[in-house]
Each structure stands twice: as C-alpha cells, then as structure tokens.
Design a binder for this molecule. Structure first.
Ligand SMILES: NC(=O)c1ccc[n+]([C@@H]2O[C@H](COP(=O)([O-])OP(=O)(O)OC[C@H]3O[C@@H](n4cnc5c(N)ncnc54)[C@H](O)[C@@H]3O)[C@@H](O)[C@H]2O)c1
Length: 250
C-alpha cells in the first residue's frame, strides 16, 4: 500500500515508520527538516491545502501524526485545519483509508475525570476547552463529518502516556528513566506497540470496520480498569507486546 504520513518527524513518527516500512511504500512528510531515511520524504505544511493535496497524490492511505500543542493560532492551523486539508486531499484522490491520531483527552477530557471504570472510545466526547484537546477534537469532528458525505473510512487512534520499554527494564538506580514500584498512568503504552497499532489500522480490511468513523483507545493491558482497550484489541486485531508490569506489579 502507498501510505502518506503527515507529521512523520515527531516522537511517534519513527515508530510508525518502523512498523510500516518493510511492508508498505511510505511517503513521509513534515514541516521540519528531512530525517535520515531511505523512504520518500517531502517537506510540507499541513495547514496548506495545496501541500497536503499534492502530497496525497497516488496514495492509498493517510496517517496523520501532525500536532502542534501550545500556540493558539498555529494549534488550530495544524490540529484542526490540518485535518480538514487531509480530508479534502482524501476526497480529491479517492483515498478511502484515513488514520488520525490524538491524545485520549480529546475524547475523555475533564468531564470524565471522576469516572473510574471502563471509559471507552464510544462514549460521548468531552474534550473540554484546553487548547490541545479542543483543537484536536475539532479536527476529529471535521474528519467524521467528511465520512458521512464521502466514501472514506476514518480510524482515530488515541494515546496518552508513551514509554520506551528499554527504560522501564531498569530498577531504581539502574540508569532507567522510570523506576520500578511506581504506579503509572492507566493509559500507558510502549512506543513500539503504538507503532504496531497504526500498522493494524493501515492493514485492517475496510469491510471489517463496523462504521465509517471508529475511534480506539490504545494502551497496554493494565489492572486499573479505568479505560478500556477492548475495542482496539477486538477490531484492530492489535495486541500489546509490552505490558509495563514492572511499573505497577511489586
Ligand atoms: N507524544 C505523546 O506523548 C503523545 C501522547 C498522546 C497523543 N499523542 C498523539 O500522537 C500523535 C503524534 O504525536 P508526537 O508525539 O509524534 O508529536 P510530536 O510533537 O513529537 O510530532 C508532531 C510532528 O508534527 C509536525 N508538525 C507540526 N506542525 C506541522 C505542520 N504545520 N505541518 C507539518 N507537520 C507539522 C512536527 O514538526 C512534528 O514532527 C499526535 O496526534 C499526538 O496528539 C502523542
């Protein structure tokens, strides 16, 4: 499959490239400088409709990893308008498969903070008004509306706390970033598992999707039960390889 990656230079980008790189032809894009890569690379700005439409030519799928967190205007340009541009590009080139990403709080925001069990990706979104969450949630809603009018299947994968599994194998004083015996956010995942989840979304036969706009909470199996990764496991066929038990199991 020919896969366009938007925002591919960030923290998640290399893990997605690693998961997809041997199996698909990638066109990695970002506003930043070219990374060291053997894949096709283009410098584009997702807030430019022309850039995104041009970059999507000849592609079978788009994966959106672009994000801008702090700046009020640019956050809308990237997180909201970038999604609009991506969907116009999908319509323009007849691309059916669009994969978007974001933080879990663009769905499960402050309105859910007192809930303690089985928060799931099909509950009504409550992103709150924090800039990052708000702009990302608006982008997701724009994507969803496009799927009601066009032959496009949207999969939105939500993440929160990401770990390098190499860091958590060290005990206290062992040089690792994380120390054993501390609890961790009940929505945590290792970077390689996050990349794999995107691969599952890229490769999932579209006819297996129950709807045109599906959202997944993507984190490893954890004892808290506060959030549910059931849908990601069942629909995407994704399984976490890193359980991060060292961080919560004494
Ligand atoms: N890293 C985390 O802890 C985390 C947690 C939860 C969710 N996420 C989500 O995962 C996805 C990837 O995040 P990340 O951690 O890789 O973020 P990142 O900030 O490391 O990378 C984002 C990339 O987007 C690029 N970008 C910014 N503005 C752009 C523009 N105008 N045009 C093109 N590219 C632009 C940046 O240059 C950067 O390379 C995002 O959707 C983010 O919301 C990340």
């Amino acid at each position: 499959m020919n896969v366009l990656i938007l925002g591919g230079n960030g923290m998640l980008g290399p893990w997605v490239v690693k998961a997809l790189g041997d199996r698909h032809r990638l066109r990695i894009t970002d506003i930043g400088e070219p990374p060291a890569t053997t894949h096709e690379w283009r410098q584009i700005d997702v807030s430019s409709l022309d850039d995104v439409v041009d970059a999507a030519e000849g592609m079978d799928a788009i994966v959106n990893l672009s994000v801008l967190r702090p700046h009020r205007r640019v956050a809308f340009d990237v997180n909201t308008r970038g999604n609009y541009n991506m969907m116009v590009a999908a319509v323009t080139h007849g691309i059916q498969r669009v994969i978007n990403t974001g933080p879990h709080f663009q769905l499960a925001g402050p309105g859910y903070q007192d809930w303690d069990f089985d928060l799931n990706p099909d509950m009504p979104p409550q992103p709150g008004t924090r800039l990052y969450a708000h702009t990302k949630a608006l982008g997701q809603e724009i994507d969803r509306v496009f799927t009601t009018r066009h032959d496009i299947y949207l999969q939105t994968l939500l993440f929160y706390h990401l770990y390098d599994p190499g860091d958590v194998t060290h005990g206290p004083g062992g040089g690792g970033r994380e120390s054993v015996g501390n609890d961790l956010v009940p929505y945590s995942i290792a970077w390689p598992d996050a990349g794999e989840a995107i691969r599952c979304a890229v490769e999932l036969p579209l006819e297996r999707l129950p709807g045109r706009a599906e959202t997944y909470m993507v984190f490893t199996d954890m004892p808290h039960g506060k959030f549910s990764n059931r849908k990601a496991r069942q629909q995407l066929g994704w399984q976490p390889r890193y359980h991060l038990e060292q961080l919560w199991n004494k």
